[in-house]
Design a protein. Structure first.
Length: 129
């Protein structure tokens, strides 16, 4: 069962990387659903207990300069906290389309203005996978 979940996660991540601004939500929601599988319940709880996603974002936004996409994510040193924050980010992006777009606009830069949001979504999904 777990192998099928990981295979499905990998496929959904590839789908997300190939998505455009009109259809990225479907694979993102699929990733979120797969990560909420009962097999991961205890692990997810362990990874996210005590983490403050909004605090992480607020701290990271303090690094933003006047250029869009210039903020630097302030990841904690501990790998488990990074994984937990990544899980919380995936959940939030899957639940709130505006959050995903705003997050990408704040933390990822692209010089090609007509494809900025799409490129930023690609960058964050490449990181997730």
């Amino acid at each position: 069962m777990t192998i099928d979940i990981f295979h499905s996660l990998k496929n959904a991540a590839f789908d997300l990387q190939r998505a455009d601004s009109q259809n990225y939500q479907h694979p993102l929601k699929k990733i979120s659903r797969l990560l909420e599988n009962a097999d991961f319940e205890v692990l997810n709880a362990d990874l996210t207990t005590g983490l403050d996603l909004q605090g992480f974002i607020d701290l990271s936004e303090q690094t933003e300069s006047s250029m869009a996409g210039s903020a630097i994510l302030q990841w904690p040193e501990e790998q488990e906290k990074c994984l937990g924050l990544t899980l919380l980010l995936i959940r939030e992006m899957a639940n709130d389309e505006r959050f995903a777009v705003n997050f990408c606009l704040t933390f990822f830069h692209s010089r090609n203005s007509h494809r900025v949001v799409l490129f930023r979504l690609y960058v964050i999904t490449s990181y997730i996978s």
